[in-house]
Design a protein around this ligand. Sequence first.
Ligand SMILES: Cc1cc2nc3c(=O)[nH]c(=O)nc-3n(C[C@H](O)[C@H](O)[C@H](O)COP(=O)(O)O)c2cc1C
Length: 170
Amino acid sequence: MKKMLLACFLIMMFIGISFLVMRSVVIERGETEMEILNLPAPRLRGDVSVEETILKRRSVRSFSKTELTKKEISQLVWAGQGITESSTGHRAFPSAGATYPLELYVMNKDGLYHYEPRGHKLKLVRPGDLRSSLNRAALGQAFIAQAPVDIVITAVYERTERRYGERATR
Ligand SMILES: Cc1cc2nc3c(=O)[nH]c(=O)nc-3n(C[C@H](O)[C@H](O)[C@H](O)COP(=O)(O)O)c2cc1C
């Protein structure tokens, strides 16, 4: 009788563990298909010189309604946070002690995406159009809700603080 009970217990354990493993595989697959946006490789040669770009750069506050293409978004996030040396993970910009405290998010009518420099992809963090909330957070600057794409930059101070203490916030 005891052996029967032990056998039943082991079978139940096996079924339970198999169920959990299968569930996690399904969630991972779902995430890959629905929530990850793989971006095309960025262009590494442009038609406009750095000097001309600096000369012509100006802040603008009215935007075309046309959505940005995946290629254009790829170029922007790569310039903002992209990894330019895969062996070290070093990026397009310098960072104290290579601690890279900044995180980049892309927001459009479909949702809020986090840019993952490793793999050069966007991961959906929250679905839905959040641009009006961002407009309110920016003290009601209407163009933020009207732009087809908003790019949000946040900082994780701890990454730099771990190395530099309070000097990190300077
Ligand atoms: C840290 C920072 C914050 C800014 N915040 C805003 C903002 O909230 N709204 C806005 O319209 N422009 C903002 N600007 C843009 C400045 O107003 C703009 O750079 C300045 O007027 C100079 O104009 P220019 O960028 O065309 O040379 C910001 C710029 C910086 C560097």
